[in-house]
Write a protein that binds this ligand. Structure first.
Ligand code: SAM
Ligand code: SF4
Length: 334
C-alpha cells in the first residue's frame, strides 16, 4: 500500500464527476460461450492471451484508491478462472480507501471459492444466471454446466446475510422470458436482488438483430400484470426501476441497459483484460496501462494515465458514440 505517495488528487472529469468506482476485467477467458457475449471460437485466433498479473492488479488498486476510488469490481471474462482471485480480493480489501470489493461471476466455479472469497472480505457477488432449464442453459451458454451452477447458486444463498447478493438475469424474448416469475419468486424468501437486464448490442454481432431484445418497459409491464402489488423503491444509479413485493425479503430491479441513459451520472472507469483504461462503454478510445506497468512507470505516471482516461469521459457517451462500438462485453466485463 501507499506506493502512490503524494499522487492523491481525486479523479474528476471535465463535467465535475468524480470517479470512485473501477471495474477491472481480470481475464477475457471464459468457461461459457453465452450467445449474447462471445463467439464459440472466442480466444482461439488471437494468439497468447495478454493478462494483467497479480502484482500489476495490486498496483492499479493502490493507484486508484489513492485517487479517490472507493469501490472495485472484479469481472471478466470469468474472474474465477484466475487461481489468484481470492488473493486479489483480500489485497483490494486491505488497501486504504477501498470500502467495497465485489465480483461478477457466471457461478460455474463459485461453489469451490465462495467460502474463501467471503473470508477474504468480499462484499458482494453479482451472479449471472438466465435460466433454470438445462436445455435453455445449454442453448444460451453453449455449455452443459447448469448442474455446477445450481450447486454454486445453492451455496450462494447461504451467504445472503454476509454479503450483498444480486442475480443478473438477461431477458431474451421467447428464450427465457417465460421464467420471469421463477426469478421474481426467488425474492420471496431470499434477501437478494434479482436484476432483469436488457440485452445490449455487444454480442459480436450474433443475436442483437434477431428480435430477442426485451425492453425495460415490456419487462415492467409483464411484472405489473403478474404482481399488481409491485412497490417502487428508490433505485441505485443504474437500477432505475427498483421494486419490492409486500412480504418478500428481496428486491427486484430492472436494468434498462440499452433504452435508458444513465451516462450523466457515470462515476466509473473500466480496465480491460488487456490492461487498457476505458473511459466509456460507448467509446473506442482507451489508454494503455499495461505498457506503462511493464515499462516501469511510477505511481505518478500511472495516476496521470488514469487522469487522462478520466479527461476523455464524454458527458454522455451513448449520445456521443452510439451503441455499436464494442463487439463483446467479455473484454470489459459488462
Ligand atoms: N463472466 C461473468 C458473468 O457472466 O457474470 C462476468 C463477465 S460478464 C461480461 C458480465 C455481465 O455482462 C453478465 O451479467 C452478462 O449477462 C452481461 N452481458 C454480457 N453480454 C451482454 C450483452 N450483450 N448485453 C447485456 N449484458 C451482457
Ligand atoms: Fe462468459 Fe460472462 Fe460472457 Fe457469458 S457473459 S460468455 S459467462 S463472460
Amino acid at each position: 500500500m501507499g506506493e502512490a505517495g503524494e499522487n492523491t488528487a481525486q479523479l474528476v472529469d471535465r463535467y465535475n464527476r468524480q470517479v470512485d468506482y473501477v471495474r477491472l476485467s481480470v481475464t477475457s477467458r471464459c468457461n461459457l460461450r453465452c450467445v449474447y457475449c462471445m463467439r464459440e471460437e472466442h480466444g482461439l485466433s488471437d494468439g497468447p492471451v495478454e493478462e494483467l498479473g497479480y502484482q500489476e492488479i495490486c498496483r492499479i488498486v493502490d493507484v486508484v484508491a489513492a485517487s479517490g476510488v472507493r469501490k472495485i469490481r472484479f469481472t471478466g471474462g470469468e474472474p474465477l478462472l484466475r487461481g489468484d482471485i481470492v488473493d486479489l480480493v483480500r489485497y483490494a480489501k486491505s488497501v486504504d480507501g477501498i470500502d467495497t470489493v465485489v465480483l461478477t461471476t457466471n457461478g460455474v466455479l463459485l461453489d469451490r471459492y465462495i467460502e474463501r472469497l467471503v473470508g477474504a472480505g468480499l462484499d458482494g457477488i453479482n451472479f449471472s444466471l438466465d435460466t433454470f432449464d438445462a436445455g435453455r442453459y445449454a442453448a444460451i451458454t453453449r455449455r452443459n454446466l447448469l448442474p455446477d451452477v445450481l450447486v454454486s447458486f445453492a451455496s450462494l444463498l447461504r451467504y445472503t446475510d454476509a454479503i450483498t447478493v444480486k442475480i443478473n438475469v438477461l431477458l431474451l424474448r421467447g428464450i427465457n422470458s417465460s421464467e420471469l416469475v421463477d426469478f421474481a419468486e426467488l425474492t420471496r424468501k431470499n434477501r437478494i436482488t434479482v436484476r432483469f437486464m436488457e440485452l445490449m448490442p455487444f454480442d459480436d454481432h450474433q443475436i442483437w438483430r434477431t428480435g430477442k431484445f426485451m425492453g425495460a418497459e415490456k419487462i415492467l409491464e409483464t411484472l405489473r400484470s403478474i404482481y399488481p402489488a409491485l412497490e417502487s423503491l428508490l433505485g441505485h444509479a443504474t437500477e432505475h426501476f427498483s421494486f419490492s413485493l409486500p412480504g418478500y425479503r428481496g428486491k427486484i430491479a430492472i436494468i434498462p441497459a440499452f433504452t435508458r441513459n444513465f451516462c450523466n451520472q457515470c462515476n466509473r472507469l473500466r480496465i480491460s483484460a488487456a490492461g487498457r483504461i476505458i473511459s466509456c462503454l460507448y467509446s473506442r478510445k482507451s489508454v494503455d496501462l499495461l505498457g506503462a506497468l511493464r515499462n516501469g512507470a511510477g505511481a505518478g505516471q500511472l495516476r496521470s494515465l488514469f487522469q487522462q482516461a478520466t479527461d476523455m469521459k464524454p458527458r454522455d457517451g451513448k449520445v456521443a458514440g452510439g451503441s455499436a462500438s464494442r463487439t463483446s462485453m467479455s473484454e470489459i466485463g459488462g
